[in-house]
Design a protein around this ligand. Structure first.
Ligand SMILES: [Zn+2]
Length: 347
């Protein structure tokens, strides 16, 4: 059944991060020094109200239209401390949004890690045993190794294989503009651009991402998985961006009609997204890896050879003129990606 649009839905969009909304807990407003360097404008949505699901799998909801169409899955909490996606899913569930065609699924992915969310140490909720966005490989999932995230992935893998279009909603440690990370295949980059929003598409490579599981990441085919980084973890607007990304995607593939998307606050993009292609990825090779300053995200460095910091073993410098820094992490934990460098490849 198609969802009917009305005035209450338009109001619901601005509820995200609104401390006066009856739907959300009061935000946690600590005094400096803030946990992890940033104030927390929003508190997590109480997702336990969605624990039961309607699929036999906890925290997984799925709705089917009578008219055929693609199976779209919106995913929150792949990283348990990245709460923006749960705002969007909670709102869509409360508003009883149903697909006009095909199937719409809403998944709170690593809900167990998210349960550890603590305003004084929010990053403890990142994962429990394994990064939930690095384990989506056949060898990992088929292995005998146990673990909270591996078991959750095994519980979900066959469901994920029925999904045609997957949107995995994330957020970043440092302030960032909203951006889509479709992976490397040109067809996926084109799909991300066709959505029109977010206005930035980062073409990157990687292994073990949910967005690439089986056909979702293949060079050829029609199934598509995307990550959208919606902004900084604790900023209220990041939750609204997660909903925006979901609306653009659902309207694009016909899961909801444009009228419904606009009633929730979706606006028409003014320009095609800018595409940046990642050419270099730097990891923290040991403790002590550090960038020289707190670089803003998506900043362009004019000169080749500019010193940026060190990865614990060697220096990091810009490899070419007009290099763009993507998601820099000033003080990364050992082994983590601390910086990507990208070239502007147009729109
Ligand atoms: Zn993430």
């Amino acid at each position: 059944m198609q969802h009917q649009t009305d005035a209450t839905q338009a109001a619901a969009f601005s509820d995200i991060g609104n401390p006066d909304s009856p739907f959300y807990p009061r935000p946690f407003n600590p005094t400096p020094p803030y946990p992890h360097g940033f104030p927390i404008e929003v508190a997590p949505v109480p997702i336990d109200r969605w624990a039961e699901g309607n699929t036999g799998i906890p925290y997984l909801w799925s709705f089917e239209a009578t008219e055929p169409g693609p199976h779209v899955a919106l995913v929150a909490l792949t990283h348990g401390e990245e709460i923006c996606g749960s705002y969007a899913l909670d709102l869509l569930l409360r508003e009883r949004v149903r697909p006009r065609r095909g199937r719409l699924s809403l998944l709170f992915n690593n809900w167990r890690a998210h349960q550890r969310w603590d305003p004084f140490a929010p990053n403890r909720a990142f994962y429990i045993d394994h990064d939930m966005n690095r384990i989506w490989q056949q060898a990992h999932l088929d292995a005998a190794e146990a673990g909270v995230e591996l078991d959750r992935a095994r519980e979900l893998r066959h469901f994920i294989e029925t999904v045609d279009v997957l949107l995995d909603l994330h957020s970043t440690q440092q302030p960032s503009p909203p951006m889509t990370l479709p992976g490397w295949p040109p067809r996926k980059v084109a799909f991300a651009c066709a959505l029109g929003w977010p206005p930035l598409v980062i073409r990157d490579d990687g292994a073990g991402r949910l967005r690439d599981w089986r056909g979702l990441g293949a060079e050829d085919g029609t199934r598509v998985g995307l990550v959208v980084e919606c902004g900084q973890h604790w900023v209220a607007e990041t939750g609204a961006n997660a909903l925006r990304a979901a609306l653009h995607l659902m309207a694009h593939v016909g899961t909801i009609d444009a009228g419904t998307a606009h009633a929730f606050g979706m606006s028409v993009p003014v320009a095609p997204p800018r595409v940046l292609t990642v050419t270099h990825t730097f990891r923290a090779r040991c403790a002590g890896a550090e960038l020289e300053s707190v670089w803003p995200d998506i900043v362009e460095i004019a000169e080749a050879g500019t010193y940026l910091g060190h990865d614990g073993v060697g220096e990091i410098r810009t490899p070419y003129p007009a290099a763009v820094l993507v998601m820099p992490v000033t003080r990364p934990r050992p082994g983590a990606v601390m910086l990507r460098i990208a070239r502007d490849t147009g729109s």
